[in-house]
Design a protein around this ligand. Structure first.
Ligand SMILES: O=C(O)C(=O)Cc1ccccc1
Length: 330
């Protein structure tokens, strides 16, 4: 874990309220720091915005990808927009130096539960005319089959999915709406973790409802790039996260960038993309690429590597080099 030395108080932001999977990620990263404060953010964008602008915040834990349904696109787009916004480059060339850097990663086991404001038997669900289910948008792709089965068990019921800013917020809203509702033919439920149910004194009426067991979300731990936080020596394998855009009019442009990784002993471990928000020259279907690669080898001439990356990209940004968490392979 990479944090300031334990004598220094630290403040870590997470998507709240308490009981979210982001809260769990922050606890995994900083829970054993004697002077760590955990501060709630109301959205994923707010996690990065407050880290950039609030000098009292040192770190933020942000969901990046899920083993069942892939990219947390909200986060990918936050990095995309930050690179585009600073596209005047950091060194006058085409490298963007963002205000934030990734210093670590955490893997959180995601085990969803169906949560009600009061004890309830699953067999009673078909009697409701309408069931509203609240959760974070990331969740729907992780419980699709479960919700289909629930719908099949309630053929006379309208089952609605309602997006909330987080899973724990879903539980809070469910409890709040149920406390105000006198409508007995309608039911409000949430999909969240066991921890979120406990935080809001709610009741688990079904558990382990993920379509795939072993569902895991990967979180990135950000800090301000200018921070003087001490980097503890770390013998673990290091991985780098780099984003880039390509020279659209050059037909070989994407291959030219990837060829740089081939020309050096760099082991790329992931590549993904997101559409550019602005359409340079009004052209659609332009992308920002996200790559990660292991950078343990001391056989690499990193200056030459990044010079070749710079020469083959339109814009590029190195977000950080951080230890590969051993939970990656669990
Ligand atoms: O809402 C939460 O609990 C989060 O931390 C975001 C999220 C939602 C679903 C899976 C993983 C992370």
């Amino acid at each position: 874990m990479t944090v300031a030395n334990s004598a220094t108080p630290i403040a870590a932001l997470f998507l709240g309220p308490e009981g979210t999977y982001s809260h769990q990620a922050a606890l995994q990263q900083f829970g054993d720091h004697p002077q760590a404060k955990f501060i709630v953010a109301d959205s994923i964008p707010e996690c990065l915005e407050r880290l950039e602008n609030d000098s009292n915040i040192d770190f933020a834990a942000v969901p990046f990808e899920n083993s069942t349904n892939g990219q947390v696109v909200f986060t990918y787009d936050l990095l995309r927009d930050r690179m585009a916004k600073q596209s005047d480059g950091g060194d006058g060339l085409n490298r963007v130096i963002p205000e934030l850097e990734v210093i670590d990663e955490q893997y959180v086991s995601v085990s969803h539960c169906l949560v009600a404001s009061s004890p309830l038997n699953l067999e009673s669900l078909p009697r409701y005319k309408r069931i509203r289910i609240y959760s974070h948008p990331q969740v729907w792709g992780q419980v699709d089959k479960y919700l289909q089965k629930l719908k099949n068990r309630c053929p006379q019921t309208v089952v609605e999915r309602i997006d909330t800013p987080s899973t724990s917020e879903a539980v809070r809203r469910t409890v709040q709406v149920e406390s105000q509702s006198g409508e007995r033919s309608e039911l409000n439920l949430a999909i969240a973790s066991n921890a979120a149910a406990k935080v809001h004194n709610a009741h688990i009426i079904d558990q382990g409802i993920n379509d795939k067991q072993g569902n895991t979300t990967r979180f990135l731990i950000f800090r301000k790039r200018s921070a003087t936080t001490v980097q503890l020596p770390d013998s673990r394998t290091k991985v780098s996260l780099l984003t880039f855009t390509i020279k659209q009019d050059n037909p070989r442009s994407l291959v030219d960038v990837l060829a740089v990784l081939k020309n050096h002993p760099v082991n790329m471990c992931s590549i993904s993309s997101r559409p550019l928000k602005e359409e340079p020259k009004g052209r659609k279907w332009q992308y920002i690429f996200f790559i990660e690669y292991y950078c343990d080898s001391n056989k690499i001439d990193w200056d030459a590597f990044y010079q070749e990356i710079s020469a083959s990209c339109s814009l590029w940004c190195l977000w950080g080099t951080f230890p590969r968490n051993e939970l990656y392979s669990s």
